[in-house]
Design a protein around this ligand. Structure first.
Ligand code: SAM
Ligand code: SF4
Length: 337
C-alpha cells in the first residue's frame, strides 16, 4: 500500500532571511466609505472590473503560494464585502491544502447580512475598522454617517460565531485622543481586541504629516491613566502589533507603531492587489505583475519563480522616517491594507 502524500511546503525566505508566511489578498479597490486617511472624497478612479482577478485566478495563486510556505491569508480591499459572493471565494480558499488561517479586514458595513455565510464558508478571524464611537467623529473621519450599521455588523459577527474579532483604529493626532478610552472600554466589554495603528503616509489626499500621527507611546500613556498594562513579550514575532494584556486579566490591546517603531525586521507578509500585482511591502515602489502571467498561460512553476524572485528582493524596511522616502503611487484602498 502506498503511503498518503503529505503536504510539506518549503519555506519562502526573503533576501534578509525573513520567512514569509502571510499573503494579503485585495479583492477590490472599491469602497462605500471615503475615510480621510485612505481615499479621496470625490472623483476616485477605480480599476476596470475586467482587470480584477477572478475567484479562480485568486485561488490558483493561493494554491501556488501554499506550496511555497504561505499558510495564512487575509482578504482585504478596498472594502472586501463589496465584492459579490465573497463567501464563495472564502470557501474556495479554505479548501486549499496548507492554508491554515483565513482572516478578513472590513469596515463591517455589510457584515450584518454576510457574517453568517462568511463564518460557514470558513472565515475564522475578522478585523473591523472603527476609529470613533462618537457618531459625529465617525462621520467626519469615514465620510459616511453609519456608526450604527458598523456596530450591528459587529454584533452579527459575534452571533455568527466569530471568536477572534479585532478592532482597528487609525491613530491620528487631534482626533483619536477623545476616542481611545471608549474604544478600549468597548473592547473589554465586548471581548474585542483593540488595535491602534499609527496613521501612515498612504492617504490619497496626501495630507499625511508626521505631526498628524498619534504615536504608540502616547496611546499607551493615555490608556495607562486608567488601566495597568502588561506587555506580551513575543507579540511582535507573530504579527505587526506590540501587544499588551490588562493587569486585571480582562482582554488585550495591540499597538502598531508603523511610523515610530517599524516592525520591518519581523515582517512576514506580502500583498497582492485586486488587479493582480504582487507587492512585497506596503510602501513598495516596484510591483510584479502576476495577472499577465496568469492570463498569458504561465505554468505554476513560472508563477512560483516570479514570486520567489520578488520575495528575494523584499525591501529591508520602509523609509517613512528618511528624507529619501518616496510615497507609493497607489493609495491604501488600491493596495489592500
Ligand atoms: N475597507 C476595509 C477596512 O477599512 O477595514 C479594508 C481595507 S483598509 C485599506 C485596511 C486597513 O487599513 C483598515 O484597518 C484601515 O484603517 C487601514 N488604513 C487605511 N489607510 C491607512 C493609513 N493611511 N494609515 C494607517 N492605516 C490605514
Ligand atoms: Fe474604505 Fe477601508 Fe479605505 Fe476606509 S480604510 S476608505 S473603509 S478601504
Amino acid at each position: 500500500m502506498t503511503a498518503p502524500v503529505s503536504h510539506t511546503p518549503r519555506k519562502l525566505i526573503d533576501g534578509m532571511g525573513r520567512t514569509i508566511v502571510n499573503l494579503r489578498i485585495s479583492v477590490t479597490d472599491r469602497c462605500n466609505f471615503r475615510c480621510t486617511y485612505c481615499m479621496p472624497e470625490n472623483n476616485v478612479e477605480f480599476m476596470e472590473r475586467s482587470k480584477l482577478l477572478t475567484f479562480e485566478e485568486l485561488t490558483r495563486i493561493a494554491t501556488i503560494v501554499s506550496k511555497m510556505g504561505i499558510s495564512r491569508l487575509r482578504i482585504t480591499g478596498g472594502e472586501p464585502l463589496m465584492r459579490k459572493d465573497l463567501p464563495s471565494l472564502i470557501q474556495m480558499l479554505n479548501g486549499i491544502n496548507g492554508i491554515e488561517d483565513i482572516a478578513m479586514t472590513t469596515n463591517a458595513f455589510f457584515l450584518k447580512d454576510q457574517a453568517e455565510a462568511l463564518w460557514k464558508a470558513g472565515l475564522k478571524r475578522l478585523n473591523v475598522s472603527l476609529d470613533a464611537l462618537d457618531p459625529e467623529k465617525f462621520r467626519d473621519v469615514n465620510r459616511k454617517d453609519c456608526l450604527s450599521e458598523v456596530l450591528n455588523g459587529l454584533e452579527a459577527a459575534k452571533k455568527a460565531g466569530f471568536k477572534s474579532i479585532k478592532i482597528n483604529a487609525v491613530a491620528m493626532r487631534n482626533f483619536s485622543e477623545t476616542e481611545i478610552m471608549s474604544l478600549v472600554d468597548m473592547g473589554r466589554t465586548e471581548g474585542f481586541e483593540m488595535r491602534f495603528i499609527e496613521f501612515m503616509p498612504l492617504d490619497s489626499d496626501q495630507v499625511w504629516a508626521r505631526e498628524k500621527v498619534l504615536f504608540g507611546s502616547e496611546i499607551i500613556e493615555l490608556i495607562g491613566q486608567k488601566y495597568d498594562l502588561v506587555p506580551i513579550d513575543n507579540s511582535r514575532e507573530i504579527g505587526p502589533a506590540s501587544e499588551f494584556t490588562f493587569a486585571d486579566g480582562k482582554g488585550k490591546i495591540g499597538i502598531i507603531t508603523a511610523v515610530s517603531n517599524p516592525f520591518c525586521d519581523h515582517c512576514n507578509r506580502i500583498r497582492m492587489t485586486a488587479d493582480g500585482t504582487l507587492r512585497t511591502c506596503l510602501f513598495s515602489t516596484q510591483e510584479t505583475n502576476l495577472k499577465t502571467l496568469l492570463r498569458e498561460g504561465a505554468s505554476d512553476e513560472e508563477i512560483d519563480q516570479a514570486i520567489t524572485d520578488a520575495v528575494m528582493l523584499k525591501e529591508p524596511g520602509h523609509k517613512i522616517n528618511l528624507d529619501s522616502f518616496e510615497r507609493p503611487k497607489r493609495a491604501m484602498h488600491a493596495i489592500g491594507g
